[in-house]
Structures are given as C-alpha cells and as structure tokens.
Design a protein around this ligand. Sequence first.
Ligand code: MOS
Length: 759
Amino acid sequence: MSVKYAEAEPATTGAAKYVGQAVDRLDGPAKTTGEARYAAEHPYPDLAYAALVHATIPRGRITAIDTAAARAVRGVIDVLTHESTPAMKPPPKPSVLDLSSMVSGTTVNYLGTDEVHWNGQPIAVVVAETPETARYAASLVRPAYQELPAATDFEAEKQHAVPQKSSLIAEASANKGDAPAALAAAPYAVDLTFSTPPHNHNAIEPHATTAVWDGDRLTLHEGTQNIPWTRRHLALRFGVPEKGIRILSPNVGGGFGGKASVWAGTLLAVLAARVTGRAVRLALTRESVYHTVGGRTASTQRVALGAEADGRLTALIHTSVSRTGRSGGSGEQITAASRHLYAAPNIHLQQHTVPLDLLANTFMRAPGESIGTFAMESAVDELAWKLGMDPIELRMRNEPERDPLGGQAFSARRLREVYALGAERFGWRERDPRAGAMRDGRWLVGMGVATAYHPSLQMMASVTVRLEAGGTVVVRSGLHEVGMGAATVQAQIAADELGVPLEKVRVEYGDSDLPPGTQAAGSAQTASVAASVIAACEKLKRTLTGLARRAPGSPLRGSRPADVRARDGGLYAGDRGLTYVEILASAGRGHVEAGVKTSTLAFMAKFLRERRKWVKAATGAQFCEVRVDPDTMEVRVSRWLGVFDAGTIINARTAASQLRGGIVMGLGMALSEHTLIDPRSGRVVNPSLSEYHVPVHADVPHIDVEWLNEPDPNMPLGLRGIGEVGITGVAAAVANAVRHATGKRVADLPITLDKLLEL
Ligand code: MOS
C-alpha cells in the first residue's frame, strides 16, 4: 500500500527534528515479537481462572440459583452468586469535577442483589484451576427467575423518548431563528428520516483482567483507557485506600471507548480474587464482551434542510432519538457536529433519549458525531440532488465564517482548502453528475463526499521529565498506549524540546504509580499530555540552564538565559555551550527532574473560558468511490481519500494509521456492522465476529490519507486529536456514492443489498 505523507512542517516551538516525521512506534518490536504482555498474559504461581454466567432474561429477579453441578466439577474452586458473596459497595457517581469519571458504565451492583437488569447481565462467576473448567462449570449453573416486564425494543419504545439534558460540557439542543417556519417557506427542501443500528465494541484484545490481592493491596493488570477512574472506582467499591491499588496497563489491544469505563468483568475478577484468596484472571470471551461492555446506541434521526435556489441554506433541523440503559449509559451527542457545520440563519437541534432494559450504552469512536454526520451529510447530499448542484459546491456556499450558533471565531478552519485539495487529488471533475451514468464494465460506479468533524479537546495530565547523568531523558506519565502510538509521539516531542536524539528518550506509561495522565478518550490524550511534556521540559531547561551557567569555567557564564537553546544533547548560546552529561557532572547531580501537575478546577476554568472565544475542531473531507453490482446490488468500496485539517501532525506514520483506522471502522458502520437484538427478549443474537461483520481486508480498498498540516494556533504545538475524526462522515460518503451509482438513497444503516433491492 503506498501512502502519500504530507511534508513535515516545523513545530511551533523549538526546532522540530522529530515532530512531523514518520517515526516507527517505539513499542513496535515488543509487540511484533510477542514480548509485550497484555492483561491476560501475566503468570502468577497461584493463578485461578474465572468465567461468567449470564442472565437469560431481560428483567426480573433470581428466585433460586443452583450451583451444585458446577461445584461438583473437578477443578472448580468456587462459584460466586448473590447468595454466597459479600456485596461490593455501590458504584460511585460521576462528577464534572473528576473528568475521568465522566464515562458511562452501569450502576448495577453485580452479585450484590437478585435483580436482573438486562439479558446477559453477569449473575454468577465460576473460579477454577483452568479456563476450560471455569467455562464448562459456568454452563452448568442453573438460575430460576421471576420475570418482570421489560422494554427492550428501540423501535417500539422510541416514541417515549424525552428531551436529553444538556451538561456543562455538552449541549443537547439549540435554537436560532425559526427553523420550522423557514423550512415551510423554503423553495427547495429535503426532510429525511435516518436510522442507525446498535454497534458493539470489537477490539482485537477482548477485555481482560488479572487481579492479585495482598491484604488490602491490589495489583491489577487491566487493558484500560482510564487508569485514574479504574483505580478510584475499585477503591470505593472494595473499601480500600486508593494508594494501595496499582493498575498496570502498558499494553492495550484497542479501546475505541469500550475500555474507558469500568465494566463487570473487571469488578468481578477483583471480587473473585478477594473471595478466593487466589490471583484471578478473567479473560472475557467475545460473547461475554457483548453481554457486559456497552456499545453504540441505535438512533433515529430527522434532518430537514431548506434552501434558496442558489443553495444557501435557510433552515437546518436535526433531531435525534437514542437510547440508554435503565441501569446506566448516557445520551449521545448526535447533533453535536450539526452545531458547527453550516451557516444557516435558522437552526433547530434537539436530542432525545429513552432508557431501555438493555445493557448500558457507552462511548464508541466519535459517539454522536459518527452517526450524526451520517444523517446530516446524507441530507446535504440529497439537497444537492434536489438543487441540481454539485455537493461540494453546495457545502462551500454554506461554509460559515464564524460559528453558526455561538458566533465565536473558529480557532482555524480550512474546509475550503480541504475540499479543494481532495477534489483535485480524487479526480472529482471526472465525476459525471448524473445518477447511474458511470460504469466500469457491468459495475455501476458512484462517487460521494461528506464532511468529517470532531471537536478538538484538551484535558489535563501530570508529567515528570528527568534527565539522567548518562544523558537519558525519562518522561513519566500514566498515559494509555491503546495501540495508536501515544507514547511514541510524546518521545518525539520531548526529544525536540530538549534537543536530544530520540533513542535517548524513554517514556514510562500505563501505570497508576506514575503521575496521573488523562483518560485516553475524546481524541484528547495527545494534546493533553503534550502540553504538560512541553511545560515540564521548559522547567527542566530552566533548571539546567542555571546549573550550566554556574558550572566552573562554564562557556555559558555570563550568557543570558533567553539566548540559551537546547540542541545536540546540551545547552548552547550561539556555538558555546555544554552537553547535558557535562552539566550534570559538573553539578555533581545524578539526575535533574521537573514536573507539571494539573488541577481539574484550573482545567475547567480554561475550558469554559476558551469555549466562549473559539470553536476548535479537526475537520476533513471523505471522498468515496463505490462499485455496485446492478443485479445483486452488492456494494464494493473501490477507492478512498480522506483529507484532514487536523493541525500539526506529530507523527506521519501513526497519524495516517489512526485516520485510516477510523475510516475502516466507518466502512463497517456503512456496510455491515449491526448488533442484532431480539426485540422480544433483549438478547444480542450475533455476539461473535462470525455474525457481527467488521470489515476484513477484502472489504477495504486502498485508502489515501492526506492532511494540510497547518498548526491550530490554540492547541499545544498546534496539534489536534485525530482518534475520532477519521470515522466521521464515512458512512455518509458511502451512502452518497451509492446514491450516485444507483439513484437510491439508503437512509438506514448498514447499507445492505436487500435494502437497495427493495428501493
Ligand atoms: Mo473515545 S469513544 O472518547 O475512546
């Protein structure tokens, strides 16, 4: 696969040598050789294995639970049920003063009660000498239930949805002007209803926990995106001091939001270890992931657009219904991107939610924006058909100069450049604007575009940077390396800030003993940690400059601190200076360290202040070409280009992978992914990769990724997070390409051939 990388640009501070380059991931060798250990790969001499028993009713009470047959299996150590097990303390409540807590999870007190809240809820845990024994014995546990009425059918229940509440950090509605009246008066209008199905998390590493108690001290090997919250949550639920809990999470095999909260498997592994006095490993089966880890909500959305004949929007309406679990989860920000995309004078946005007796929903890559942009960007395309206008031209005519709702400035917005570059590279001019007019042999060919959008967040992270006597730099922060190169980019930044070779930088991460990082969520980790790494390096340089100027016979004696630069492994004013090794040797120091600690209150104040001034976001344009079989309506995506305005790109290789991964996940959303829930029982009926179809190599074409690489003036180093923007707009670009190839608008994901044949 050939990839075109944009030219590396200098960073905004210091002289960039590594920032912008296509640096190999520092964890690459350990992962490709198998040396890297994941949560389920840590041996302990007394290790026992746990397996879950899942409820088979959606709601009710357990009247009896027969564990005799399971206990009789040789090798079974214990069977934990609500009858036999001391209850955990109730789950803590999320608080905006603790950002790491702002993740959905469940409020269920597993094994603390006889209540069943969803079909698949864990109701017992078998602990045994081998994983096979645990799973077999789990199959022998026989519960009896008193079933209660349950609401599990989204289609039937969505009429009961209520307006979603806004929170301090996310608004659920907006009104400007009179959108319904403007829509009614518009000479051109579309009014469409979209639906998207539930989606489940399928990280390559299923959730796994290894829990080891030593008195009241707990060591936990866990694949998580959120070490701080996992630690605090466990401390509260098990009534032990937080400082006695050590979470080790150096390697995580994909998260996407599914590992940002604390789910049943983690809690029950810790409980099982507590009760049995053994080290316990619980590696969830794929099916258990579906039953215990939330996924993306289903949605129904309405998008109505009114326009003048020249394409200028007069009305923009986007409303949504999504679902939560009655025992947890939260409303998705489905209309969030629609707040910022188009300069309509009349806007109405409203999100609704309905709680169901299903497992709590949770964050899944661009929660809200991924499915919200499917609806909005499909509707804009449909309006272009109605107007007989090129869909890129229609978007450019409505490109706002300031935020359409709040009137704030954009921190930097270059969607015009993004589309111009994309159209040229993709060959948009060769597109015949008529539907069904392009062919390749018998295949119908279609080309579609859609806008990608994700807000650029920066949270907070504590970091220390230490220079050792031998010249090694150690960056320490409890950041999460979920597989995207998170630690590598921080090493690049530190190397540039201190002017040392990359090989001299070591990043320690994924450990609760380190200064706490942020959770890896909201596409915010890299910017959050980078800001603190830069600040810590600045502090360190100030200390080192002082030491260097005081060194006996120092060539820096008398030079002004402002003239001193970090380069070539030392500090220099002009061509005179000292290496770091010399500075530490002359000061008689084994090491020098500087650190940055952040506070939630300071962060919140900055966030709220900045939000009034700027709208910050990564944007992009997704270009899709499809081939559709005219008889079977099979859709094959044949070509892809994503062009992004994502600020400074720190690492050209990991950034391309991150963006490309988002696009691949979007292709799954567009064409195949669909969690099937039996509406009668609330049971997920396709909890496996053989029946829940994520894209495989044969489904994914060559994906070109390009970027403008222009720094965002209001983000550290000018960088914007890129974890989520890649998936946004993808499903719409596919739907729009299919519309071009076939004349058919599929507004119901996934776009399967049966739907196209019926239209
Ligand atoms: Mo993400 S869905 O904030 O991991």
